[in-house]
Ligand binder design. Structure first.
Ligand SMILES: Cc1cc2nc3c(=O)[nH]c(=O)nc-3n(C[C@H](O)[C@H](O)[C@H](O)COP(=O)(O)OP(=O)(O)OC[C@H]3O[C@@H](n4cnc5c(N)ncnc54)[C@H](O)[C@@H]3O)c2cc1C
Length: 291
């Protein structure tokens, strides 16, 4: 339970952090909340030679709306999302998600950006950010670039981030009027990773027809999954019970679960179907379409 030896580095600026990551190549890892990295090191599943702790860099902990999108800084904790009135009232999908991650102790330290950067398909925010069509900002030696979340998760525990880049911000498009979202998660006990979970986000037009649909799936494949066929099916339709049922079936077909201690693959696939139907129903209600 004691991690292998490593050198601890505490840069004061982003530029310094990027330079340290570049200097030590793939041997260095960013440390933000430490809620995934430190347990992995203690279990000796990860053994970085250098930890670049970004917690002393000022100006990275914020939640704010700028130019039509919600900006979440690299040092914003899950607990900050839970405490934000803006997130609770305008981004219910994000609020739902933060509330079911681990426990309050973990949420006080774990960062939202770290939740994505870790590339774990069992983490909850990836599916949410897929449904919200978010993008991330990465800063490296060549400057800044933005990456759509839809192309961010490249494999199991692998992302589009280079080893010398810091994920500095998540950008979530501000929802149009008549939008709603919901995150539903089945876990074995409170604080556990999902057996399966579903993020749903919809925008309705004045006639109650779905204009925009986002559906993301957690822990039912080697990466978080965007249920694109299900989204396309629902787009342009009125989300009545029959349409939601068919959409949920398509989402289940998009999942790629494996059997393990959390249950057999068939059970998880059916869970995706049930959770998708419920999450969409709640999202439509929140968008004002249920009244
Ligand atoms: C008991 C327990 C229960 C948990 N349950 C859940 C759960 O239910 N749902 C869930 O989603 N998660 C859960 N987690 C995992 C944890 O909440 C997330 O993985 C966490 O949010 C990761 O963020 P962090 O800031 O702690 O990242 P760290 O642990 O510091 O880093 C994780 C990885 O991401 C990289 N990284 C972090 N930040 C950046 C950055 N800004 N730029 C570049 N790379 C970066 C690190 O180098 C490392 O490889 C649990 C953890 C624990 C300990």
């Amino acid at each position: 339970m004691i991690p292998p030896r490593f050198e601890y580095l505490a840069p004061q600026t982003l530029e310094e952090a990027v330079a340290l990551l570049g200097k030590h190549g793939g041997e260095a890892k960013v440390l933000s909340g430490g809620q995934s990295l430190i347990p992995l090191m203690k279990l000796r599943l990860a053994a970085p030679g250098y930890l670049v702790d970004i917690n002393r860099i000022p100006g990275l902990q914020y939640i704010k709306e700028v130019d039509g999108s919600l900006r979440i800084g690299a040092l914003t904790r899950e607990a900050d999302l839970e405490a934000s009135d803006l997130v609770r009232t305008k981004y219910p999908l994000l609020f739902d998600t933060a509330a079911v991650i681990a426990d309050p102790l973990v949420r006080n330290l774990a960062t939202v950006c770290g939740n994505l950067a870790h590339g774990d398909p069992a983490n909850d925010h990836p599916a949410t950010m897929l449904a919200l069509e978010a993008e991330v900002v990465a800063v490296g030696p060549k400057g800044q670039r933005t990456i759509p979340v839809a192309s961010f998760f490249t494999g199991l525990f692998t992302t589009a981030l280079a080893s010398d880049e810091v994920l500095t911000e998540i950008r979530v498009p501000a929802p149009a009027p008549r939008s709603g979202g919901a995150y539903l998660k089945m876990e074995r006990k409170v604080g556990d990773f999902a057996t399966a979970a579903v993020a749903a986000q919809v925008t309705l037009d004045g006639g109650g027809v779905c204009q925009r649909v986002g559906i993301g799936l957690t822990n039912v494949g080697p990466t978080p999954i965007k249920a694109a066929r299900a989204e396309a099916f629902l787009r342009g339709k009125r989300p009545d019970a029959a349409v939601i049922k068919q959409t949920a079936q398509l989402a289940a077909e998009a999942s790629q679960p494996v059997s393990n201690l959390r249950g057999p693959a068939e059970y998880k696939r059916d869970l995706v179907r049930v959770l998708t139907a419920r999450a969409l129903t709640r999202a439509v209600e929140r968008a004002g379409g249920g009244r």
